[in-house]
Design a protein around this ligand. Structure first.
Ligand SMILES: Nc1ncnc2c1ncn2[C@@H]1O[C@H](COP(=O)(O)OP(=O)(O)O)[C@@H](O)[C@H]1O
Ligand SMILES: [Mg+2]
Length: 281
């Protein structure tokens, strides 16, 4: 299957001369949740902005659904690739939550009734239907992030990029973000998630890309990457507590990624020990 997104040797420098992307190669396929991790300044936000067409690479190619993005306008890209910025407030501009979500479909030429229907549907999916009449910037941060996600999803994109959506989220907010990513990916969408929250990565991402100084350092399946102690720490990221505990205490091949997996493994070990002391083995 053709990847929905492909970057070949993408480079970007800010006008100030700071080289922010130094030859990035990556692919993203339908149904995947891929986490992009790395220290502040490693290039995650620049990467997302380049993919969304807000910034244009000075060399290399971004291909979206098989089309060279150089032949697409920012508006065309926005219909396929949704971006929720680190600070979602800069992308919220409407008077009500409902208008915010309707704007995209209406702007792309959908008739008013259909765009309203689509907006209401998306608000239900994101559990914001009770907030339709509220002023977007008056919502708590968790809901503002979800509203920005809703405005993207209203356009039925193939790719959803979330730039640090976990910052400042409480437990409920984090669970909602995880739920939204999973349901979008299950329905055939692809997710790129930049975050420092390694728990949400371990529990939800199929694959991890680590970045350093504007380049991809490692790109591999989550469980594999989590089982190799050096791969995250070399880019200054600590694996989640569950993973560290597992490696230090149990330390076998199949690294636990969630509390449930760790509990299961411990119970198995205890069972083995009991069986052993009763002379069964
Ligand atoms: N608007 C900007 N102007 C100049 N340099 C920038 C700008 N935004 C980011 N940078 C620089 O680009 C590099 C990558 O930053 P960024 O993409 O924001 O990384 P991250 O999102 O991983 O923290 C850093 O060196 C940063 O200082
Ligand atoms: Mg950033």
């Amino acid at each position: 299957m053709e990847p929905v997104l492909r970057l070949s040797n993408v480079r970007y420098s800010y006008p100030s001369g700071v080289p922010a992307l130094n030859g990035v190669d990556m692919e993203l396929r339908a149904g995947e949740i891929v986490a992009v991790v790395g220290q502040n300044g490693s290039g995650k936000t620049t990467l997302f902005k380049v993919i969304s067409g807000l910034l244009r690479p000075y060399s290399g190619v971004v291909t979206i659904n098989g089309t060279d993005a150089r032949s697409m306008t920012v508006g065309e890209i926005a219909g396929v690739v949704g971006l929720v910025l680190q600070n979602p407030d800069v992308q919220l501009f409407s008077q009500t939550v409902l208008e915010e979500v309707e704007f995209g479909p209406r702007h792309l030429g959908m008739d008013p009734r259909a765009s309203r229907g689509r907006a209401e549907e998306v608000l239900r999916i994101l559990r914001l239907e009770g907030k339709a009449a509220e002023f977007p910037l008056s919502l708590p941060r968790g809901e503002r992030v979800r509203l920005a996600v809703a405005a993207c999803l209203a356009l039925k994109p193939a790719v959803l990029m979330l730039d640090e959506p976990t910052t400042g989220q409480d437990f409920h907010g984090l669970r909602e973000i995880a739920r939204i990513m999973r349901s979008f990916a299950r329905s055939g969408g692809a997710v790129l998630l930049a975050t420092h929250n390694m728990e949400i990565v371990a529990e939800n991402a199929h694959r991890i890309i680590t970045m350093e100084s504007g380049a991809v350092k490692v790109n591999g399946p989550t469980r594999w990457l989590m089982s190799m102690p050096g791969l995250l720490t070399q880019v200054g990221i600590n694996p989640p507590q569950v993973v560290r505990l597992d490696r230090e205490v149990l330390g076998d091949q199949r690294t636990a990624l969630t509390v449930e997996e760790l509990t299961d493994k411990i119970e198995e070990k205890m069972e083995e020990k009991r069986a052993g002391s009763q002379g069964i083995r």
